[in-house]
Design a binder for this molecule. Structure first.
Ligand code: ADP
Ligand code: MG
Length: 360
């Protein structure tokens, strides 16, 4: 027994020395479709076998949520929506339960501009379908759904703990923050699995972990007016998320006007106050919901909603192409094209708008 006791520490030391000499593991990347978008997860410096196991788990997690939260194919969410329409109550599906509280809080904080209860309106516009429609739905049907005022706050639990809606017009659609929620869960899964440097990117909405080698992650913000071009860039720290809602990806054109998938619950029509909104925050579900809500709020109006949501880093591209940023976002924006005009909006009403010309 004695010799074994002596050799054990030596063996450990040898392993440690070898590990110290090892090169970083190469990047391992996995791409797949889930939640209506292309998801790309990149891991840095994780041993290949562990990386493969982690990526299997990540892909399975995204795919499970894709089915659990589907807003129009048979799912726990569509079963709930049918029950609400029929005035029935249902036990809360386990996969939906964690989303209800946060979704309601975000809806209330955003003055219901982020409104996951407008599933019927979203379905009416037809952005659910494989092929987008080529004309808007009848105005009377839009008006009727807006007048029915579906809200997350119409939901309640009965004495048996089942979920019910006071309003049959409520239909849940978590599309406005499902990606954010899923990214947050997957980030936790990766950290638990020992991945410290990673990017989880769902169609341009992303969270970063750690660093990219010896420097922070650098993320380009897309220019909604020029395909493939970036407006500027930001360096993001461990755990930060960059989420963008834009009118440039899912839309159709009818009589020369663009109709996109971000619906203003007040009018029932696609929101017209912005071309894109980018939010940086450390909570991905918040960043996702806020990007949608601030897009709906529109140019000049977003600061008040951002304050209520507790979001401090916002960049909005107005319909005329000018940029509006919160002070914290303006400070970290880099490589902004010199011809772009950047208005820095403090968290005050649109009237007291400061202005500066970008020189970066
Ligand atoms: P994307 O999915 O293109 O990244 P978002 O994260 O902003 O953009 O989510 C858009 C989805 O959110 C829509 O496809 C729809 O399902 C849903 N949605 C549209 N308008 C709203 C709204 N006002 N509030 C909540 N969800 C919305
Ligand atoms: Mg969103």
């Amino acid at each position: 027994m004695r010799p074994a006791r002596r050799t054990f520490p030596l063996a450990v030391l040898l392993v440690l020395v070898l590990a110290g000499c090892q090169k970083p593991h190469p990047e391992v990347r996995r791409t797949f479709l889930a939640l209506g978008t292309l998801v790309e997860v990149s891991l840095y410096d994780v041993p290949p076998a562990r990386a493969a196991r982690l990526l299997d788990a990540v892909e399975a997690d995204f795919r499970r949520r894709h089915h659990d939260w589907h807003a129009w194919e048979e799912s726990p969410v569509t079963r709930l929506n049918r029950a609400f329409a029929a005035g029935r109550c249902l036990p809360v599906p386990k996969v939906v339960a964690p989303l209800l509280g946060p979704a309601t809080r975000l809806a209330v904080a955003s003055d219901h501009l982020f409104n996951p209860a407008i599933g019927r309106l979203i379905a009416l516009w037809g952005f659910h379908a494989e092929r987008y429609p080529d004309h808007p739905p009848p105005a009377a049907r839009i008006r009727a759904l807006v007048a029915a005022r579906p809200r997350m706050t119409d939901l309640y639990r009965d004495a048996a703990g089942r979920l019910c809606s006071r309003n049959p017009a409520v239909a849940l659609d978590f599309g406005g923050f499902a990606k954010g929620w899923a990214i947050g869960e997957v980030a936790r899964l990766l950290r638990r699995g020992g991945a410290h440097d990673a990017v989880i990117d769902a169609g341009g909405d992303l969270q970063v972990l750690g660093r990219h080698g010896d420097r922070p992650w650098r993320i380009g913000i897309r220019d909604p007016q020029r395909r493939g071009a970036v407006l500027g860039a930001v360096e993001v720290a461990d755990g930060e998320c960059v989420f963008t809602s834009g009118s440039y990806e899912r839309f159709f054109v009818w009589h020369g006007r663009r109709y996109h998938h971000l619906i203003d619950p007040r009018t029932g029509y696609p929101a017209t106050g912005a071309l894109s909104v980018t939010v940086i925050a450390t909570d991905p579900a918040l960043a996702d919901a806020a990007a949608t809500a601030l897009f709906v709020a529109g140019a000049g109006h977003w600061p008040a909603i951002a304050r209520r949501l507790g979001v401090t880093q916002v960049l909005l591209v107005a319909p005329d192409g000018t940029l509006e940023a919160s002070p914290a976002m303006a400070r970290r924006l880099r490589r902004l094209a010199p011809e772009r005009t950047l208005h820095v909006l403090a968290e005050t009403p649109a009237a007291s708008r400061g202005s500066e010309r970008s020189s970066r």
